[in-house]
Design a protein around this ligand. Structure first.
Ligand SMILES: NC(=O)c1ccc[n+]([C@@H]2O[C@H](COP(=O)([O-])OP(=O)(O)OC[C@H]3O[C@@H](n4cnc5c(N)ncnc54)[C@H](O)[C@@H]3O)[C@@H](O)[C@H]2O)c1
Ligand SMILES: O=C(O)[C@H](O)COP(=O)(O)O
Length: 599
């Protein structure tokens, strides 16, 4: 009989018009649903089915929507602006947000120039007039761009492209952008000014090219408009919300501003009686419905750009332009992959093996030390994230918690976990591996002690004043691991050195290193119906053994027989070992400690 196995393909939801060029990259590997014009409620009711969401500027990705997006791994913005996405909330859910930072720059810049020319030459008004059967040549006299001052707010990718085109038109260019690159500005013949006020008073044309953020919201209001020349014209192809629309309508009505070319509005599409609608209807305004990026070329670019990134993320790779994740070079990411798995297992081994990890009175600081090839890698953030995931996954009550490179730092901070990544110059040339990773856990406990000289019989308030908190440092715990043939190995667990593969269920026993221990443990497990699949013994590291031997040499230089020497027994078992079995193992037969770890 033929059994058909149905494996579900990851599902991608597309809620706006996105060019088919990119979507073609998705359709073979994924289930792609294109559903436009969904209400927020409709979108929320279906979002839990999807691993990826592709949007443009209209879909609002709110915390409320994300709370229902249980499987979501990536929100892809086919364009630049992510002000319609609650990026912080996506980050806390471990959802990667990607965009296309350069796919539509040229389209936006050309649209800005189109509006500049249209406003300079009254193209909108003239077109309406002639369509209405009029022939109004003397009312519609315009101005030239050549020789005029173009003031640019935000000299980033679009702002600079606008500057280069405007330079070709013979305009004088000034800009305000506190973070601009002065070399790029100079190369584009732009004079940077120290304040917004400086450029406003000189502008014949003012164009905005900043993102909509707290510092740019409402940046052009009544006072700013009043400081401009009455012949000035204003362009906005960046974001609505940066210009006070009411104030602009008033200034146009009063003749204190000559005209405006506006592509973006505070709410889109604008409500019928809103200030945006009044602005659009104004005769001195040329308006377009957020068309800055709407060219065939730009839409192809952004679609291919974000769809490629969605494929990467859903295939377990990292994207090239995540808004909320570090950039990791593809080659480095490939090198890191087997170590990601190793570090996650080291973290999980720590949490499961050391019950102290669950004791919240201890604040643990982890050193994650890379030796060998790994010490030459630029971004080890995937390893940091893997450690957080390993440490937390076996103890978190939140099953749906997706711990990854996006939210690892946030989660570690929230749980008071400190991780110091260190690169060691230690040479591993002679070793059977190319990199060694050491996880060192330093547990500290804050205890309150009496200050020297404090009186014991003081009243309680004074007693509190006479006490101070000190950090008590407990023994370090060390786990070392390496990768060989793409397989992760644990090389050291505390003072014991022995290689074992962290997979399946492991029973780890610390016992006196003397005859009969293996047989004893085997017997107890056998009686409990637990089958042993493989076994490793990890003796003391040479260092510890030498130290112990030094302590066991008697006065005559003879080595004393050391009955207290310990070893670790690591057994791969076929089923979980119950607490009762663990308890029965520890005792007189020389097993000192036992833990069960599942990978
Ligand atoms: N209308 C459209 O269809 C369309 C198309 C593309 C881009 N955009 C919008 O255009 C804007 C610019 O895009 P970009 O790709 O050039 O972005 P960018 O990040 O490359 O450039 C933004 C620039 O603004 C500067 N800036 C930030 N805060 C500032 C402040 N308070 N004052 C002055 N300068 C400030 C930054 O230093 C940066 O140089 C964005 O809002 C984007 O969403 C709109
Ligand atoms: O930020 C952007 O990329 C532009 O505003 C384009 O938006 P759109 O994709 O909705 O056209």
């Amino acid at each position: 009989m033929n059994i058909l196995r149905h494996t579900r393909k990851p599902k991608i939801l597309i809620t706006e018009k996105v060019s088919p060029d990119g979507l073609a990259l998705l359709k073979d590997q994924f289930d792609v649903d294109e559903k436009k014009d969904l209400s927020p409620e409709e979108l929320k009711s279906i979002i839990s089915d999807y691993e990826a969401l592709i949007i443009r500027s209209e879909t609002k990705v709110t915390a409320n929507l994300l709370s229902a997006a249980k499987k979501m791994r990536v929100v892809a913005r086919a364009g630049v602006g992510v002000d319609n996405v609650d990026v912080q909330n996506a980050t806390s859910h471990g959802i990667i947000v990607v965009n296309s930072p350069s796919g539509n720059i040229n389209a936006a810049a050309e649209h800005t120039i189109a509006l500049l020319m249209a406003v300079a030459r009254n193209v909108g008004d003239a077109s309406q007039s002639i369509k209405a059967g009029k022939w109004e040549r003397s009312r519609l006299v315009g101005v030239e761009a050549k020789g005029k001052t173009l003031a640019i707010v935000g000299l980033g990718k679009v702002g600079l492209t606008v500057a280069r085109i405007a330079n070709g038109l013979g305009m004088r260019l000034i800009a305000y952008d506190p973070y601009a690159n002065p070399n790029l500005a100079a190369a584009a013949s732009v004079i940077l000014q120290p304040s917004l006020a400086d450029i406003l008073k000189e502008a014949d044309f003012l164009t905005l090219h900043t993102p909509l953020v707290a510092s740019t919201k409402g940046m052009i209001g009544k006072a700013e408009l009043a400081s401009m020349k009455p012949t000035a014209r204003i362009l906005n192809v960046a974001r609505g919300g940066m210009i006070d629309e009411d104030a602009l309508v008033e200034a146009l009505d009063a003749g204190t501003i000559a005209g405006a070319g506006i592509d973006v509005f505070t709410s889109e599409p604008p409500a019928p009686d809103s200030s945006a609608s009044r602005l659009i209807a104004h005769s001195k305004v040329v308006a377009t419905p957020h068309l800055g990026a709407s060219t065939k070329e730009a839409q192809e670019n952004v679609s291919i750009d974000v769809c490629e990134q969605v494929v990467s993320i859903l295939s377990g790779e990292l994207p090239r332009s995540a808004v909320n994740a570090p950039i990791v070079l593809p080659d480095e990411y490939r090198t890191l992959q087997p170590y990601v798995s190793l570090v996650e297992k080291m973290g999980s081994l720590y949490t499961q093996h050391y019950s102290r990890a669950k004791n919240e009175s201890f604040r643990t600081t982890f050193d994650l030390i890379y030796e060998g090839k790994l010490a030459t890698i630029n971004t080890t953030k995937p390893l940091f994230a893997a450690l957080v995931k390993g440490l937390l996954t076996s103890i978190t009550s939140d099953d749906g918690l997706n711990i990854n490179i996006v939210n690892a730092e946030l989660l570690a901070k929230a749980r008071g976990i400190t991780i110091n990544e260190q690169k060691s110059r230690e040479n591993v040339d002679e070793k059977p591996y190319s990199s060694l990773i050491t996880l060192r856990a330093r547990a500290m406990q804050s205890v309150s002690v009496s200050r020297p000289g404090s009186r014991n019989n003081s009243p309680s308030a004074a007693r509190t004043l006479n006490r101070k908190a000190v950090n008590v440092v407990d023994d370090d715990q060390v786990i070392q691991g390496f990768v060989s043939g793409n397989k992760p190995y644990i090389a050291r667990l505390d003072k014991f050195k022995g290689e074992f593969v962290p997979r399946g269920t492991l029973l780890i026993c610390r016992n006196f290193d003397s005859v009969g221990k293996i047989g004893y443990v085997g017997n107890v497990l056998g009686r409990a119906g637990v089958n042993i699949k493989f076994m490793n013994v990890a003796p003391l590291t040479e260092e510890v053994e030498e130290r112990q031997n030094e302590g066991s040499v008697d006065g005559e230089g003879e080595v004393k027989c050391d009955a207290s020497k310990e070893a670790l027994m690591i057994l791969g078992v076929d089923k979980p070992v119950g607490k009762d079995v663990l308890e029965s193992l520890i005792g007189e037969e020389g097993v000192l400690e036992a833990s069960v770890v599942t990978f």
